[in-house]
Design a protein around this ligand. Structure first.
Ligand SMILES: [Zn+2]
Length: 237
């Protein structure tokens, strides 16, 4: 409202918030538009007033490492995460995370069987420094110290992102003494040993037991371990 021409007093009255508070907020002027995102990059600006929610960052990082691409060859870098049509809740969650972290706007591009959720932003490479040429499993994927510090207290969100992007939660049926038991099972499949290592690291932080089924496939299953990822990951919806 203030940027649109209302005085601080008019704005304060309209939103029902005290004059000094609104005056303080109005001092924070957005930077001239640089693809709409410059003022939000917490790597470029330490004084950013609307910092990224760390949980949303951790979630987005998980989605990106699991099945995202950051194209930096275009004039403006574009972050793309493909979300299966079967999980509309995931598409929304992905869009929310992009917007919380950096995106001014998010596009959904319908592809065969999935929606590519994408956002253009000059500063995506600052926030996702794991970008590089070629496939993720053909280059080292190492979190920067600042990323590690950011993700550690939000390991659950990070794991949720990884599992949502690339994992599958399905019922495992087991018959014990003629009675059938069904329990959920989480799997994460990724060709990158480094990304698999990050998944293991985060699960360890959460005290969730895991095991490797194959070189490129991890699962969390059985007993108490299942309750924990249900809390952190939840079924895809
Ligand atoms: Zn930046």
């Amino acid at each position: 409202m203030h940027l649109a021409g209302a005085t601080v007093a008019e704005t304060a009255r309209a939103v029902g918030i005290s004059y000094p508070t609104v005056r303080q907020w109005c001092k924070i002027q957005p930077e001239p538009k640089q693809h709409g995102t410059a003022s939000r990059c917490f790597r470029c600006r330490s004084d950013v007033k609307n910092p990224t929610e760390p949980g949303q960052y951790a979630y987005l990082l998980g989605l990106y490492l699991g099945d995202g691409h950051l194209v930096t060859s275009a004039r403006v870098p574009v972050l793309r995460i493909s979300c299966a049509d079967a999980w509309p809740g995931l598409i929304d969650a992905c869009e929310v995370a992009m917007k919380c972290v950096l995106a001014a706007s998010v596009q959904r591009v319908q592809m065969q069987g999935c929606v590519s959720v994408q956002s253009y932003g000059k500063h995506w490479p600052c926030l996702l420094p794991q970008h590089g040429p070629g496939k993720k499993h053909e280059r080292p994927i190492i979190l920067a110290d600042w990323q590690r510090r950011l993700v550690e207290p939000h390991a659950g969100d990070f794991v949720r992102g990884l599992f949502h992007s690339d994992g599958a939660r399905f019922a495992n049926r087991v018959t014990v003494r003629g009675k059938e038991y069904v329990y959920p099972r989480y799997m994460f499949t990724n060709e990158s040993t480094d990304i698999m290592g990050l998944c293991q690291w985060a699960l360890d932080l959460l005290d969730i037991a895991w095991k490797m089924n194959r070189r490129n496939s991890l699962s969390v299953a059985r007993g108490t371990a299942v309750a924990a990822p249900d809390r952190h990951v939840g079924p895809k919806s």
